[in-house]
Design a protein. Structure first.
Length: 172
């Protein structure tokens, strides 16, 4: 399933510039991070989904790298690799800075089909993408940009600030 973009997404054709290492945070599956204006968040996505939440002035950004859209198992209730736990963690990070989740805007990326030759029916990436969009809608968060689905990996990078995140699609 291909999801329509709500806003044009920048697709890079030149190498990404590198800021000082102390301003860069790399998110791995299950990570959640908060950054301030000028800091960089980046990750690599396949079937996983990344959510970026930011205040409308773009002074703070939180990003998560969701692996599972299904509810966590009882022994994994605190694992932010699960979407519901990641959203709660993002909400706590925002509230600690005086920002309400409902006042944020979101960018959503990922949800690709990493095995298109084997899986043509609904796949884990699609489930992750649908869950994410539905959950953000339930929380009253407006999605201002997205790039979901397809048969691609995505390299995602955002420097917290006015510009939209940058995404580079890499075919499977």
């Amino acid at each position: 399933m291909k999801f329509a973009a709500t806003q044009p997404v920048s697709t890079l054709t030149v190498p990404m510039t590198r800021p000082p290492p102390d301003l860069v945070r790399t998110l791995h599956p299950g990570d959640v991070a908060c950054a301030e204006r000028g800091e960089v968040l980046h990750t690599l996505l396949g079937s996983c989904v990344a959510i970026i939440l930011t205040d409308p002035r773009r002074t703070i950004g939180v990003m998560c790298h969701i692996v599972h859209s299904k509810p966590p198992l009882s022994h994994e209730k605190s694992s932010t690799s699960y979407g519901s736990v990641a959203i709660e963690a993002m909400d706590r990070l925002l509230l600690a800075r005086g920002i309400s989740l409902r006042l944020c805007e979101a960018y959503v990326y990922g949800g690709g089909n990493m095995f298109p030759g084997l899986i043509t029916q609904p796949h884990v990436g699609e489930a992750n993408a649908l869950w994410t969009l539905s959950t953000l809608r339930e929380h009253g968060v407006r999605v201002v940009g997205q790039d979901l689905g397809g048969k691609v990996y995505r390299r995602l990078r955002w420097t917290v600030g006015a510009d939209a995140p940058e995404v580079r699609q890499v075919p499977v």
